[in-house]
Ligand binder design. Structure first.
Ligand code: ADP
Ligand code: MG
Length: 327
């Protein structure tokens, strides 16, 4: 009798075990990532966390443009020479990137990458490059020139020197894809944080939505607004980490593909959208558009919201954002 009771008690304990939050930070795509999952115990969480990390590294190997033997590296090396057949995953990422270029009137353009020769954010650029050099490099930029062949999933950049790069969309894509992988493994709740590009799903174990704090880069990185995320993505693009200062003016690492010059005016752009890929690309686009055009653009999009911080510290919100400002 006693034994049965004890067994019933153990079974009840097992049944009542409550899920917890498990996190793992790691480096990928040149920045800090953190994956959070809600799981029953550390052992179960570990399986999910390792699967997430493996998937992010796989995506990095596919899309990174600084690794010559990646498929993206091969597309760039074959510019002006021949088309390159790639995995459907990369092919359709490029197609979606081109669609975002169309949506943003070219503010977002993965073929911006040929300009990384003149705008280096490693401290080596101390004066504005000659305008003729900028003009020349802009000639190689143009998403409309990327040739996509659906029949064999090949990609061709027609000009020698033309280049594509996923700096402004790759982390968001990795976050979405990894969330879908974890969902397929049965993870009902979590966050993929790709250096501030976040994709959240489900809710905290106590039933509350995930709350994300956005920092004001001009105010000692203090969190100034809390945003609840319900199956959404939140992405911040900022000029406070990577920038160059010339004659006292700060230039962001985000370049206007139409002029060839870095954008200025905004310090950070936070976008909330239904996917991290879209939010990532739109954060970069709004940076290029600037405050007025950017706000107007976001207000016209369904299910997309934004928080903008101007260089002078002024904060602007899109019309329908659900944000709680902190003092
Ligand atoms: P962060 O790196 O702060 O998350 P973004 O997502 O905005 O910022 O990505 C910026 C990166 O995107 C740049 O470092 C560069 O690699 C690339 N990039 C810069 N300008 C553009 C642009 N107009 N369109 C697409 N990609 C861009
Ligand atoms: Mg981006």
């Amino acid at each position: 009798m006693r034994l049965t009771l004890a067994l019933v008690f153990v079974a009840a304990m097992g049944f009542c075990q409550s899920p917890g939050i498990y996190k793992k930070p790691f480096k990928a795509m040149g920045c800090g990532f953190e994956v959070t999952v809600v799981a029953m115990d550390a052992q179960e969480a570990d399986v999910f966390l390792e699967a997430a990390i493996g998937n992010i590294r796989r995506i990095e190997a596919l899309i990174s443009s600084w690794v010559d033997n990646s498929q993206t590296g091969q597309i760039n090396q074959s510019a002006g020479i021949e088309p390159v057949e790639v995995d459907p995953e990369l092919f359709y990422l490029i197609k979606r990137a081109i669609a975002i270029s169309e949506l943003t009137d070219g503010a977002f353009d993965i073929s911006y990458a040929s300009m990384d020769k003149i705008w280096k954010f490693d401290g080596s650029v101390t004066q504005l490059p000659d305008s003729s050099i900028v003009k020349e490099s802009v000639k190689l930029v143009g998403y409309k020139n990327i040739q996509m062949n659906e029949a064999n999933h090949s990609v061709f950049l027609p000009e020698k020197g033309m280049k594509i790069g996923f700096g402004a969309i790759g982390k968001g894509y990795a976050a979405d894809h990894t969330m879908n992988l974890l969902k397929s493994l049965g993870v009902t709740s979590g966050i993929i944080n790709a250096s501030g590009d976040l994709r959240a799903w489900g809710q905290q174990p106590n039933g509350a939505p995930w709350q994300i704090g956005v920092k004001n880069p001009l105010n000692k990185n203090k969190v100034f607004v809390l945003l609840p995320l319900v199956n959404q993505a939140l992405v911040t693009s900022g000029n406070y980490e990577k920038f160059i200062t010339i004659n006292g003016k700060r230039y962001a690492h985000i370049i206007d593909p139409r002029t060839g010059y870095p954008s200025s005016g905004l310090t950070s752009v936070t976008i909330i959208a239904s996917s991290a890929e879209l939010a990532d690309a739109l954060a970069t686009s709004v940076f290029v558009m600037g405050k007025d055009v950017g706000l107007d653009f976001v207000n016209q999009l369904k299910d997309v919201e934004c928080v903008l911080v101007q260089d002078d510290g002024m904060v602007f919100y899109s019309d329908h954002i659900n944000a709680k400002e902190l003092n």
